[in-house]
Design a protein. Structure first.
Length: 72
């Protein structure tokens, strides 16, 4: 069986997640401690899918229309 490099990457480590989200790794660790960032634990290692990171981004969405100070 031969592995091909054409396969999409399914899992990302903390450093890669930090790069994707444009956050410092310390922020990733904080989000994990608080249970805010979805993740998978595989063989004792924390890993993320792109879907995990997208769910986090969508959950962090702020609707500026709800802020009376910004409405004018």
């Amino acid at each position: 069986m031969t592995m091909t490099t054409d396969l999409p990457k399914l899992l990302y480590d903390k450093e890669e997640a930090a790069q994707i989200l444009k956050l410092p790794k310390t922020s990733i660790n904080w989000l994990l401690r608080k249970g805010i960032l979805p993740r998978h634990k595989i063989a004792g290692k924390i890993r993320f899918t792109l879907d995990d990171l997208q769910v986090f981004v969508e959950a962090s969405k702020v609707d500026e229309r709800c802020n009376p100070v910004l409405r004018g």
